[in-house]
Design a protein around this ligand. Structure first.
Ligand code: MN
Length: 743
């Protein structure tokens, strides 16, 4: 077993200013906690965390990571607690150890859904601190190295899990050395026969080619020396698992594999990479189609190297990788090479270096997650591994670097609600990777999402059909329900104010309190909303509050005697209409704008809609309460209004309230009679368009041999705009008549 000082020395070799006290403290604490515990092999248990720590020293990791490795099984397997570790080593280390404890509980579950959930948790843990993954992988590697001592069935499950999840994950994180060893051992347990065959054949071939390999190595070294390039040349042999996988994937026999051997040339600088490449290509002939420059275009996991294949000195194919020392380190250690933390100095426990957005490791992790679900080359066997479970999820980041996991198809709205319900409710826009994008954009792995918020926002009901998460859907439903209720109670309030005023009384919400019971409503808001929805008549509320009030409805003129009360009004198109007396009278007694409900179009805060014939600013208008759905606005010349004549409680005074800075178009219906000639429809459309109006719908009403009558629903700014359009239509040679339609 490695001694305490040996461990310190190992770290000191690459980090001279190592925090020795921290390492010593963790060593002693873990050793004491594990005490006389034994592993399945009979070794003292403490040898395991110690070996895990040793693996991490090979990757040149900082003392905090090494200390976490020493402590990684203490909470799970000993009397140690999170609180104790927090106290002794600081909360940052405590968090890491606890994170590993949680991950340990997730190992070896069999259900697919559980595995997916584990992966998600693993990734979330990694995103908080990549060192969790490094320790976890080192832990798994040591367990694999000592797998012999496990029970047969358990052994196989661990090996399969390693092959399916941990090895590909290590590869994805760019840790090729780790990946190869995990695969190698797992292969041995999963398919012992194939493993033995492949290994034996490889050994045989290696023995047979010993001389050739030495010859090539010598030739290459001599070439570089002659041209004064400092280069390390090393032969390497493909690993049994990658040979086996290739044979299976491409249905090749052993003999057909051309690239069992390769050479790696490691130089000092990028310039030397290309110089070495030039020398190789001018000395031997290259095999076409095998050249790849991953230096100018690095792989997604940051792998950089030049690959080429030549016909070597003894006429055999030789695969070559050319790279710098730095590139070699990254190819070997991946994310670990990026996660060497700068010492912030002064901090006693050395555990304060957490992964931040600024570190390379963060950028690395982000890129990796972006690529997790998408293989970057055809040989990528990701789809055959458990990592495919990631494919129904996307992982996105907040601007502060928090990882948000969402189901595939999720939008920025889902993201906002996943962060917090308030964030979702006030979301008005989103920046995805710094660019403003539509809220229905489908998020991709690795997207950074910034939510633009406004306190005035109410989530539109239509969002419910855009979002994919249940949380967002439920919150939107709740918010729109509240908003609609608010609209109705706002409308109800205005209706009551007006009704009270007409009755010579003053309305206040306080008035309602004593009569809630009589009105059978549970609170004031409930009364207001009921009035707004038309379920409760304003007169009934007025009578409840002021019992001496005389109901206006009783005094309504009976229809027969009303004739003289009607007005004849000529509308904009010159048509004569009979107008119900009430509306006409009310119109004459204006201005009573203070008592009228202001109307600002359909996007305002009232539950408002327009009659089918439309109404535009400039029209005199009246509102009719539609029980359960707010108010419908009619121009007062509309003949449809007669239908409500004996329901005075449904009439409500309204007035236009146009926001000049935020103008809206309003609906109007016109009838156009066109002369049947080629192009006349196009003419009409042209006149409408050139007048800055929109055609909403167009329908043919009557066609005769000489003319066609059509109804057009338009959107215009106001009455002036509509009249200008009508007169221009009349002037057009294709048009014989154009007029506004009422009702
Ligand atoms: Mn362990």
């Amino acid at each position: 077993m490695m001694r305490q000082y040996e461990l310190v020395e190992r770290v000191q070799r690459y980090k001279p200013d190592v925090n020795e006290a921290l390492l010593n403290k963790a060593y002693v604490y873990a050793m004491q906690k594990h005490g006389h515990q034994k592993r399945a092999s009979g070794d003292p248990y403490f040898s395991h965390p110690l070996e895990v720590a040793a693996i991490l020293t090979d990757m040149h990791l900082d003392e905090a990571t090494i200390a976490v490795a020493l402590l990684h099984d203490t909470i799970e397997d000993t009397t140690a607690t999170r609180a104790e570790i927090d106290e002794l080593f600081g909360p940052d280390m405590g968090k890491l150890v606890e994170g590993l404890t949680k991950l340990k509980k997730l190992d070896l579950v069999s259900k697919k859904a559980e595995q997916a959930e584990n992966l998600r948790k693993l990734l979330l843990a990694i995103s908080e601190d990549v060192r969790v993954l490094l320790v976890k992988l080192a832990d798994r590697l040591h367990n694999m190295r000592t797998l012999d001592h496990m029970r047969d069935d358990k052994r196989l499950r661990i090996a399969e899990e390693t092959m399916e999840i941990y090895a590909p994950l290590a590869g994805r994180m760019g840790m090729q050395g780790m990946r190869e060893e995990l695969e190698e051992i797992a292969f041995r347990y999963i398919n012992p026969e194939a493993y033995r065959t492949v290994t034996a054949r490889l050994a045989e071939i290696s023995e047979r080619n010993k001389g050739v390999l030495a010859e090539i190595e010598h030739a290459l070294s001599a070439l570089f020396e002659k041209h004064t390039i400092k280069a390390g040349v090393k032969s390497r042999q493909k690993k049994p698992w990658s040979v086996f996988r290739k044979m299976e994937a491409k249905a090749l026999s052993f003999e057909q594999l051309s690239d069992i051997f390769g050479f790696r040339v490691v130089v000092d600088t990028v310039e030397d990479c290309y110089r070495a490449l030039g020398l190789i290509h001018t000395t031997w002939s290259m095999v076409p189609g095998r050249f790849k420059d991953y230096i100018s275009t690095p792989k997604q996991n940051d792998y950089r190297s030049i690959h080429t294949t030549i016909v070597g000195p003894s006429r055999q194919r030789v695969e070559l990788q050319i790279r710098t020392r730095e590139m070699n380190k990254i190819a070997e250690y991946g994310v670990a090479a990026h996660s060497i933390y700068k010492d912030t100095g002064g901090k006693a426990n050395g555990a304060t270096h957490t992964i931040s957005k600024e570190t390379n490791a963060y950028a690395w992790l982000r890129r990796t997650i972006e690529q997790l679900a998408e293989g970057d080359n055809p040989e990528d066997f990701l789809e055959n591994t458990k990592l495919e479970l990631f494919q129904d999820q996307v992982f996105c980041f907040t601007p502060k670097g928090m990882l948000i996991a969402l189901p595939r198809g999720a939008t920025p709205i889902d993201f906002a609600y996943a962060v917090h319900t308030d964030v979702g409710d006030t979301c008005v826009g989103a920046k995805v990777n710094g660019r403003v994008m539509p809220l229905m954009t489908e998020l991709k792995n690795g997207d950074e999402v910034e939510i633009i918020r406004s306190k005035a926002q109410v989530p539109p009901a239509a969002w419910e059909s855009i979002v994919v998460t249940g949380k967002a859907r439920a919150a939107i439903r709740r918010a729109t329900k509240n908003a609609i209720r608010k609209q109705y109670s706002g409308l109800g309030m205005r209706i009551l104010e007006r009704a009270f005023e007409r009755g010579g009384k003053t309305f206040s919400k306080e008035n309602l309190k004593p009569v809630l019971h009589r009105l059978a409503r549970k609170d004031i808001e409930d009364v207001l909303a009921a009035v707004g929805r038309g379920e409760l008549a304003s007169a009934d509320v007025l009578k409840a509050v002021f019992p001496d009030y005389k109901d206006e409805r009783v005094t309504v003129t009976p229809p027969k005697q009303r004739e003289e009360g009607w007005s004849r009004i000529r509308n904009a198109a010159g048509m004569l209409f009979q107008i119900p007396g009430r509306a006409a009278r009310r119109d004459k007694t204006q201005p009573r704008d203070d008592a009228a409900v202001p109307i600002r179009g359909v996007r305002g805060d009232l539950p408002v809609r327009f009659a089918p014939e439309g109404a535009v600013p400039g029209d005199r208008i009246v509102g009719i309460i539609q029980p359960g759905s707010g108010i419908t606005i009619y121009p007062i010349q509309s003949p449809s209004l007669t239908a409500f004549d004996d329901q005075p409680e449904r009439w409500i005074d309204v007035r236009w309230d146009i926001d000049e800075n935020n103008r809206e178009r309003f609906p109007a219906r016109i009838s156009v009679t066109a002369i049947n000639a080629p192009g006349s429809l196009a003419d009409i459309a042209q006149v409408v368009a050139s007048n800055d109006a929109n055609i909403h719908t167009l329908s043919m009403v009557r066609t005769a041999p000489d003319f066609t009558e059509m109804l057009i629903d338009l959107e215009v700014w106001d009455l002036k705009h509509l009249n200008r359009l009508l007169s221009q239509l009349k002037e057009n040679s294709s048009v014989s008549d154009a007029r506004r339609v009422n009702g």
